[in-house]
Design a protein around this ligand. Structure first.
Ligand code: APR
Length: 310
């Protein structure tokens, strides 16, 4: 490993392997892939390295069942844990994944005490809260991926509905990564025009509903696991914003200390992501209805977090 940034990805399953793939395809740095399964991270790292000559990247890829190779990582992406099966909610994964994420955090913070942790494992908001507590890191260096994915799903549906480029569509989603997420049509636009001016109310509501159930729709189709291409793409957008110090405004699970009326809890909000991690929580004015939606979402995150007795 040399002068390039170092990115560790823990969990070399569907999401983790795709995060590694997109990371090296964008040449964001060198990647260490860690998993408990013998041979899987090693095999996937070698396979991805061998795509390098074709795709034209020189990033180093290392796979391991241990953590020594992860030392001094700039970013650690945590995807380790169980994925949903049909009929399961993200919350059903709570205790098992808490055990896994807790042990992963212990291993990575020992070796990369200055890293930024990006959590992907579900139930997302509770896992970020756990990782923050367990790491002892300041809250700006522990962040969760959810809002970019949820808003990317919303953007996809809006673009299809209006037959326009996804690049013209921005979308805003607040709250926890679950059934209580709060898509904000008022702040979701096509080339700057709010979708509330382009689509009838019932259409907007249908797209919002499909977005909130977007993960479940894919679980029902795949039957053997959950989504991974879009989750990985969303995660790598965060990795890129951090490593390149882009100061990009993105919806992420971030620690709230009174913003939006929420205190001491990780919830999805727009933040500024740069080289120090979460550099600012962006507060926008919400209508009473939107604030009520966010309160409800935060309450359900808090309920899960309380079960963990952190
Ligand atoms: N340490 C490291 N890796 C682990 C550990 C552990 N303690 N426990 C499990 N893993 C690994 C598994 O061996 C598996 O390879 O985590 C990987 C998870 O991969 P998948 O089962 O393919 O699940 P994936 O679709 O990648 O989802 C991972 O991200 O989006 C969330 O809800 C999803 O919580 C799930 C996570």
């Amino acid at each position: 490993m040399g002068a390039r940034p170092k990115i560790t990805v823990v969990g070399a399953g569907n999401v983790g392997a795709s995060v590694a793939q997109y990371t090296v395809e964008k040449e964001l740095g060198d990647v260490v892939l860690v998993d408990v399964l013998d041979g899987i991270p090693q095999g996937k790292a070698l396979d991805l390295a061998q795509a390098g000559p074709v795709h034209g990247y020189d990033s180093t890829l290392v796979g391991s069942n241990g953590y020594d190779e992860t030392a001094d990582s700039d970013i650690v992406v945590i995807t380790a844990g169980l994925a949903r099966k049909p009929g399961m909610s993200r919350d059903d994964l709570l205790f098992k994944n808490a055990e896994i994420v807790g042990s992963v955090v212990d291993e990575v913070v020992k070796r990369s005490p200055s890293s930024i942790l990006v959590l992907v494992t579900n139930p997302l908001d509770a896992m970020v809260q756990l990782a923050w507590k367990r790491s002892g890191f300041p809250p700006n260096r522990v962040v969760g991926m959810a809002g970019i994915l949820d808003s990317a799903r919303f953007r996809t549906f809006i673009a299809r509905e209006l037959n326009v480029s996804v690049e013209n569509v921005t979308a805003f989603v607040l709250g926890g990564h679950g059934d209580t997420m709060v898509p904000l049509p008022r702040y979701s636009t096509v080339a700057g025009i709010p979708i509330t001016e382009l689509l009838p109310k019932d259409k907007v509501e249908a797209l919002v509903k499909r977005t909130a159930g977007g993960g479940g729709e894919i679980v029902a189709l795949l039957k053997s696991g959950s989504a991974y291409y879009a989750p990985a793409a969303a995660t790598v957008e965060m990795v890129e914003a951090i490593l390149k110090d882009k100061k990009k405004i993105l919806p992420c699970a971030a620690y709230l200390d009174g913003q939006y009326g929420v205190k001491g809890l990780y919830v999805g909000v727009p933040v500024k992501l740069g080289r120090s991690g979460v550099e600012q929580v962006i507060e926008i004015k919400l209508t009473a209805e939107e604030q009520a939606g966010l309160n409800k979402s935060a309450a359900s995150v808090r309920e899960l977090v309380e079960k963990l007795k952190l």
